[in-house]
Design a protein around this ligand. Structure first.
Ligand code: SAM
Length: 332
């Protein structure tokens, strides 16, 4: 059966966080000292993740599995999980699409292994092309490794590699054009993300958000763009460079929420099922996994959870309540 929420949207995509830990400390995401990490015993095992994914794929026709974190590549033996998930099949016999979101720091060493394990797509986060600023934003001197990792992912056959850049006013908004040029020159698809109120330090302010309109205005003044119609459920609006040098995207979560087309649900690394990044409720799948719950029990919990999915997040509303976990803890 398809999983359809009470607003008529069909769930097709589950974002699975494999760890809350990260080897970066991006200023907009985590404090310098890190967070209080989950105990290893609290984190789902690969077998537990596979079981939930199997139910999503086989029972609910969810055809897109996206692995995230924290930083998913710090989880030991990640390729083994990808291999396990690659064995899943939808009722029509197809393999689900498997994607990974990573900071790219170790990608140069593992891109081919990930590809061979069955990974279909890769998104790398990269907010600055300047070494000093990259260091200031991530608190890690890893720009050279990330750039090498992106190139290695391209060589390994990921096409296109997508590069996600969070733009914060006064921090890196002067690099919008440089990042766009980088995409045009290397063939990666750069996607700019509006800064969201999911930072761990509670400092988000609306005025820090650089909107889609501003971003597209800056790029198109230099490189004329035409919009690619109909994004469907994908979070990014996309534009094509008129001179043929690829495409660029913007994820306008704050200025133009795309909740009406949302087809996503989430599983945190500690086994909590969520229907939105900004949801304030979580559903405890791990308790069922560890206390003898059957596949039917887990499927019923998922159906119940999806029934509570909001029409949309409330970032711009006066009654907006920040979720009590940050992006890295939920799984970005
Ligand atoms: N570590 C991986 C990575 O760097 O891609 C995966 C997890 S990270 C939380 C996923 C994405 O969320 C990254 O692209 C990151 O830049 C983005 N992100 C984190 N905090 C954010 C915020 N407050 N607003 C917008 N995007 C954010």
């Amino acid at each position: 059966m398809d999983l359809i929420d009470q607003h008529g949207r069909t769930v097709r995509d589950v974002r699975i966080s494999v760890t809350d830990r990260c080897n970066f400390r991006c200023t907009y995401c985590m404090p310098e000292e890190g967070l209080v990490w989950l105990d290893r015993s609290e984190v789902l095992t690969f077998e537990e993740i596979e079981r939930v994914a199997r139910i999503c794929v086989e029972r609910f026709n969810i055809d897109s599995l996206r692995l995230t974190g924290g930083e998913p590549t710090v989880r030991a033996h990640l390729p083994r999980l990808i291999q396990q998930l690659s064995g899943l099949r939808l009722s029509n016999g197809q393999k689900p699409d498997i994607a990974l979101t990573t900071n790219g720091a170790t990608l140069r060493n593992i891109a081919t292994e990930l590809r061979d394990a069955g990974l279909d797509r890769i998104n790398v986060s990269l907010d600055s092309l300047r070494q000093d600023r990259f260091l200031a934003m991530t608190r890690r001197d890893e720009l050279h490794n990330v750039l090498a990792g992106i190139a290695e992912a391209q060589s390994a056959g990921f096409a296109p590699v997508k590069v996600n850049a969070v733009i914060e006013r006064g921090v890196n908004d002067d690099e919008i054009l440089d990042l766009a040029k980088y995409g045009r020159d290397t063939g990666v698809e750069v996607r700019f993300i509006e800064f969201m109120p999911l930072d761990a330090t509670n400092e988000w302010q609306r005025k820090q958000v650089v909107t889609q309109e501003e971003i597209v205005g800056i790029i198109s003044a230099e490189f004329p763009l035409e919009q690619v119609p109909a994004r469907g459920a994908a979070p990014a609006d996309r534009w094509r460079y008129i001179d043929g040098k690829g495409t660029v995207g913007v994820i306008p979560s704050v200025s133009q929420p795309f909740c009406g087309d949302c087809d996503r649900v989430r599983l945190t690394s500690d086994g909590q099922f969520r229907t939105c990044l900004f949801a304030t409720d979580e559903f405890d799948v791990r308790a069922l996994l560890r206390n003898g719950g059957t596949d039917d029990d887990i499927a019923n919990l998922i159906i119940h959870a999806v029934g509570t999915k909001w029409a949309g997040h409330q970032i711009s509303q006066v009654n907006f309540i920040r979720p009590n976990r940050s992006m890295s803890q939920i799984g970005g």
